[in-house]
Design a protein around this ligand. Sequence first.
Ligand SMILES: [Zn+2]
Length: 265
Amino acid sequence: MIPVQRVAVTERLARLCHNRTEKIRELGATSKAAGDEWGRAEAAKSEIRALLERMAPGVQRCMYCLDNMGTDIDHFEPKSRAPLRTFCWHNHLLACSRCNSNFKREEYPCDEETGECLLIDPSTDDPANHLELLLALGEYEGKTRKGEESIRVFGLNREDLVLGRLDAYITSCDVLNSWHRKVKNGDLAGAAQSATALRREPFGDVLRALETLGRLPYATAALGDELAESLSVWLRTPQPDAAAGRPHTVPPSRSASPDHRRVGP
Ligand SMILES: [Zn+2]
């Protein structure tokens, strides 16, 4: 998982959502009322989906697995648990049907004492504070209870995702080195194409983990001379985010692991 930046809701959508929420309230704020109103709210859903697609990593990827296309509007806090949040913009994320219907479903674990939700919301949490991606294994390791519960509920270590991350690791290293060679040779158009391709790849978490490693003082020892140098130049080069048109910046992670034995295939 990687952070996603929530865009501002439009006035029209805010009005549509307010009206639907008031209707659910009139009907007793039950789970059934929430489901019925959601089922018939085609205009609101169309607008919510369009906004979520603008926020989604890569090419409209699922915000949980970063692999499949995001096809579903997920209610982060399920409608059945919070009927009045059914039309809350801050409760909507874009998910693939596998993450949404086969894994997360109606789960919403909370801390028994504080009531805090124990799932990572990538629009409000930095996943790197709760999860560490072990690039050499393609697997996530929980750093906090929220991280561990997120791995379990979203199925982040399922086999297809682990294999996909391992492939993405190889591909990302190759493309980063290719990008750097083009920059050095003055082929700026070719370099821009490589950069765009890399940012659009599924598994944006692999690139982000590489960027985090590239900032560490022992990056060369961990990654090798060529890749460490490519990453160093990559990190100093401002790059537009193709999906959202915002600057390509990755906040330094507090989670950088000092264990470089975990790096590399
Ligand atoms: Zn997914």
